[in-house]
Design a protein around this ligand. Structure first.
Ligand code: FAD
Ligand code: 2HG
Ligand code: ZN
Length: 462
């Protein structure tokens, strides 16, 4: 094995250059541990190809050496799908960072898989255009990783998730062959749609090298408000009303009580409105002309549903309100190593779910603390659970909460994916027949299971 690895490393260096094949543990460590610190693996080699042709050769050689590959972008994934938990080779896409000129006429752009979201946003901004998906990990997460996880984020209610932005894709398959379809035609019914198949495939079907994305006109005028509610039911009802009555609605995010108290302590600022509430919404409207009146009138019509409101009148105040939502993940990380359960519920089940989860958790781990927040506009709740003194909670917590989600007809993965964390619970949402069909697709594209073999699909014997 060691000889096989050394031989592979020598061959890879000839393709990508000595400095882009990392073998020493101190150099590979950060690629082997996930953002939360929960998933820690090990790898003999991290390889960083510069372009599609180099990447294809890397895949071919690694397959020939009978080693497995974990594709990795920004390593901000939260389900243990992008780290080598079984000693795989890590193929980092961060050098695939080319941004092609914006196609102003078509309002599209082709980006390398390793381009970070923040760089993509800055690249299209001078054309007065936006990328449809935005999320707090923007400085590190990559276009390829966002497609592979079908990332959601804060604007799904307006523009959809990553899958909805895709007009074309280039990818390297497990045998090193390349598929490329980047013309960006809005209508193109010439057979199977690879972008749809690859969105959410979590590195199991191929390695994305480029993507053609649809862009959206930049909405320069914004109005952001924080709304306080005495009950979760009121926050859910208000979300539904705002979705109906505010055409410029851009985001409806939620922070529930425990998470709000934690984040305000973390950023060392008091809760801006209704400090004794159970739930807070951060609502943003965006349009080409000032949407303040439209949003204010809709909030007014919510009447007594809302107990307190704060409206941001300038950019600094807006960023300040957003911190109470975007810094929750960081605040939890400072406390310890959480289990992250990212779920969606139908609107009619949301309040019941939020009420019941703390007792579902404490039945499995009485020392656990539960923090909930998320994207209420699309029914997506992030349940973060910490064990005693910030340690990991019992594994039984994950199963109990996700079984409860499935019982309520919800999804056990709203936007983060299945990864290694939830692969053995996939049956909660997917039938035996569906999982068998997944396996057939995987086998057709990757018969020797070279790419992310321990992710998404349940273990063969389960
Ligand atoms: P990685 O973590 O590197 O990889 C994720 C998965 O994609 C792995 O399975 C990996 O093998 C695969 N992969 C990566 N690149 C490729 C490629 N080129 N081809 C094939 N497979 C590939 N997610 C959301 O959906 N919404 C949010 O609001 C959100 N907010 C976040 C906030 C914070 C603070 C953090 C830390 C994470 C957040 N995430 C969110 C999760 C994460 O940012 C997303 O899942 C993101 O899409 C991962 O991108 P990445 O480049 O870091 O991928
Ligand atoms: C968010 O919406 C991310 O902030 C991260 O999806 C969620 O930390 C989490 O559980
Ligand atoms: Zn999220």
């Amino acid at each position: 094995m060691t000889e096989r690895i050394s031989e592979l490393a020598r061959k890879l260096k000839r393709i990508v250059g000595d400095t882009h094949v990392l073998e020493a543990t101190d150099l590979t460590l950060s690629y082997a541990t996930d953002w939360t610190g929960r998933f820690r693996g090990h790898t003999p080699i991290v390889v960083r190809p510069a372009d599609t042709s180099e990447l294809a050769q890397v895949v071919t050689l690694t397959g020939e050496a009978e080693l497995k590959i974990v594709p990795q972008g920004g390593n901000t994934g939260l389900v243990g799908g992008g780290v080598p938990l079984n000693g795989e080779v890590v193929l980092s896409t961060t050098r695939l960072d080319q941004c092609e000129p914006v196609d102003q006429l078509a309002q599209q752009v082709t980006l390398g898989a390793g381009v970070t979201l923040a760089r993509a946003q800055a690249h299209v901004a001078p054309s007065d255009l936006d990328i449809g998906v935005d999320l707090a990990a923007r400085d590190s997460c990559t276009i390829g990783g966002m497609i592979a996880t079908n990332a959601g984020g804060i604007n799904v209610l307006r523009y959809g998730a990553m899958r909805d932005q895709l007009l074309g894709l280039e990818a390297v398959l497990a045998d090193g062959s390349i598929i490329s379809h980047l013309e960006g035609l809005e209508k193109d019914n010439t057979g199977y749609h690879f972008p749809s198949l690859f969105a959410g495939s979590e590195g199991t079907l191929g390695i994305i090298t480029k993507a053609r994305l649809r862009l959206h006109p930049h909405m320069a005028e914004r109005c952001t408000a924080m709304l306080a509610f005495s009950t979760v039911d009121d926050a859910v009802a208000a979300t539904s009303a705002l979705r109906r009555s505010v055409p410029s609605l851009h985001a409806v995010e939620v922070v529930f009580r425990a998470a709000m108290h934690l984040v305000s302590e973390h950023i060392d600022s008091s809760i801006p409105v209704g400090p004794k509430s159970d739930a807070w919404l951060i609502v943003e409207a965006a349009a080409s002309s000032d949407p303040t009146e439209e949003l204010a009138s809709a909030i007014d019509k919510l009447g007594t549903l809302v107990t307190d409101v704060g409206v941001a009148l300038d950019g600094q105040h807006r960023n300040n309100l957003w911190q109470y939502r975007e810094k929750v993940t960081e605040a939890i990380s400072v406390k310890g190593t959480p289990h992250k359960l990212d779920v969606t519920l139908g609107a009619s089940k949301l309040a019941e779910f939020v009420h019941q989860v703390p007792s579902v958790v404490s039945e499995q781990d009485e020392d656990a603390s539960v923090y909930m927040f998320g994207h209420l506009g699309d029914g997506n709740v992030h349940v973060n659970v910490l064990g005693k003194d910030g340690s990991e909670p019992s594994e039984l917590v994950d199963e109990a909460v996700l079984e409860y989600v499935a019982k309520l007809g919800g999804s056990i993965s709203a936007e983060h994916g299945v990864g290694s964390a939830k692969r053995d619970l996939l049956h909660l949402n997917r039938s035996h027949t569906e999982i068998s069909a997944f396996r057939l697709i995987k086998h057709a594209l990757d018969p020797h299971r070279v790419l992310n073999p321990h992710v998404l699909l349940p273990k063969e014997d389960s």
